[in-house]
Design a protein around this ligand. Structure first.
Ligand code: NAD
Length: 490
């Protein structure tokens, strides 16, 4: 089945104080689809003044919103989930057009998962219990949790609706007002959501302001009118955001880059075809969803005694991946999200070759047929060693680096020899390895005999230069609140 490019208006505004408004100085930027490089629409190129306007609206709304009942907040979060779910196909198409990812991904993962996160935090806030302790017969010590106030949220382009749905629900559920800046490459699904839910929340509770990082993101992260900054993006941008927020001593949460190892022990080859098939899929499919996933298993580590046989299967499976128009439900690897990404990935393939990596498959752009004007890269496997730049730096494309290891100790040494610590995969039939290897990996999420599930009720976040703080899971709510202790004497 095939879909076609959805329709858009010529231009959209920022969503501030419950309505769409033009940028104050009237400047817009053009947003194009990476699938065919055609215009989608114009979006505001916001500046400090637009951010200030949104922050003033959020600050004006925060007291009333912070005093709403948890039941009321939960009801509104559930309403948003219902609205996204009722328009699932429209959201999926807009996301595919804007980001370039296959429609099968947006229909089956991005949008349904987004719905689930809104519902999950609606449930969490209602299920919470407080704490009160009697210190002596006349004194009660009671902790209450209060919203921080106004939160600035800055998100990337790889999962535009899902990142928004990781960020907004816990902040809103805990009684904060938000100013959110989507990535300039993918402003469309956030705008569609604001159109659909314009009347759901009181004006000023959610504000969405578009624009570029240094022009719109920086004034948001450095403003004294925010009480917290939540960021997802590159590690180097995260370092800047921390500097900006530190001026106001504002707390931050950082969800940053990754270079995740996916480790295959020799027991995956032992007499179990179904498990071996699953492991091959685990090596291939999750690595090549454009590679634009922070936990992309971009380093494959294979035990040396199964290396040749295992890699023969991995390469054959990779070559069979269908890369066609992302609007087709057959498409498995879509377009890279932007020309910048497309060029960066190709330059990394060259760097790998110059370093001596061997190209086992792919290695080039894909300009065939419908893909001629888009930013498509063939799924690529580079064979080399872990000291190479292509093994150490985040390429964020459909480029996987493979190497072999001798034993558990060497597997762990290679896996942990990275600046990052976001995700990892371990594939084994050995009971000892099943627990001890994930335990020894320095990463916030380790999948064992599976990869890439993101349930709302499991905490997600990084070690090392992959960030700090946790997203998803109810523990996320603690990042959006402060605790007041009351000592009551009676
Ligand atoms: P990026 O850091 O370039 O941009 C992210 C956001 O920051 C965008 O909205 C951008 O406009 C804004 N920004 C850029 N410069 C800024 C500045 N100086 N001041 C304020 N804001 C600024 O990242 P990207 O290229 O959009 O996203 C890809 C990165 O995101 C990868 O490194 C990926 O691993 C990471 N990521 C991490 C997670 C996670 O949960 N850990 C999830 C998704 C993506």
């Amino acid at each position: 089945m095939s879909y076609s490019k959805p329709k858009f208006k010529a231009s959209y505004g920022n969503f501030i104080n419950g309505k769409f408004v033009e940028p104050i100085d009237g400047q817009y930027f053009e947003n194009k689809s990476p699938i065919d490089n055609t215009l989608i629409a114009k979006y505001p190129r916001s500046q400090k003044e637009d951010i200030e306007m949104a922050l003033d609206a959020a600050n004006a709304a925060k007291e009333a919103w912070g005093n709403t009942s948890v039941t009321e907040r939960a009801t509104l979060l559930n309403k948003v989930a219902d609205i996204i779910e009722a328009n699932l196909e429209e959201f999926a198409l807009v996301e595919t057009c804007d980001n370039g990812k296959p429609i099968r991904e947006t229909l089956n993962a991005d949008v349904p998962l987004s719905v689930d996160h809104w519902r999950y935090f609606a449930s969490c806030i209602r299920a919470e219990e407080g704490s009160a302790t009697e210190l002596d017969q006349n004194t009660l010590s009671m902790n209450i949790k209060e919203p921080l106030g106004v939160v600035g949220q800055i998100i990337p382009w790889n999962f535009p609706l899902l990142m928004l749905s990781w960020k907004l629900p816990p902040a809103l559920a805990t009684g904060n007002c938000v100013v959110l800046k989507p990535a300039e490459q993918t402003p469309s699904s956030a705008t569609l959501l604001m159109e659909k839910i314009a009347d759901v929340f009181p004006p000023g509770v959610i504000n969405v302001v578009h624009g570029f990082g240094p022009e719109a993101g920086k004034p948001l992260a450095s403003s004294s009118k925010v009480d917290k900054v939540a960021f997802t993006g590159e590690t180097t941008t995260g370092q800047l955001i921390m500097q900006y927020a530190s001026k106001n001593l504002n707390p931050v949460t950082m969800e940053l880059g990754g270079k995740s190892p996916n480790i295959f022990f020799n027991s995956v080859m032992d007499h179990d075809d179904a498990f071996l098939d699953k492991a091959i899929e685990g090596a291939v499919l999750f690595a090549f969803n454009q590679g634009e996933v922070c936990t992309c298993p971009s380093r494959i580590l294979v035990q040396e005694d199964i290396y040749d046989k295992f890699m023969e299967r991995v390469v054959a499976r990779t070559k069979a991946i269908v890369q066609t128009s992302p609007y087709s439900t057959d498409c498995m690897v879509g377009a890279q999200a932007s020309n910048d990404q497309y060029e960066k990935i190709q330059s990394y393939i060259k760097i790998g070759e110059e370093e001596g990596a061997k190209v086992l498959c792919g290695g080039d752009a894909n300009k065939e047929g419908d893909l001629a004007n888009g930013f498509f890269i063939q799924p690529t496997i580079l064979e080399g060693h872990n000291k190479m730049r292509v093994f150490q730096e985040e390429i964020f494309g459909p480029v996987v680096c493979v190497t072999k290891f001798k034993d558990e100790a060497e597997a762990l040494e290679i896996a942990n020899d990275t600046l990052y610590g976001l995700g990892a995969g371990v594939w084994t039939r050995d009971a000892h390895q099943l627990y001890q290897i994930p335990r020894a990996i320095k990463a916030g999420r380790v999948w064992v005999n599976c990869y890439h599930a993101y349930p709302a009720h499991a905490p997600f976040g990084g070690y090392k230069k992959s960030g700090f703080g946790r997203e998803t899971h109810q523990m996320m709510m603690s990042h959006y609140r402060q605790t007041k202790n009351m000592l009551i004497s009676y």
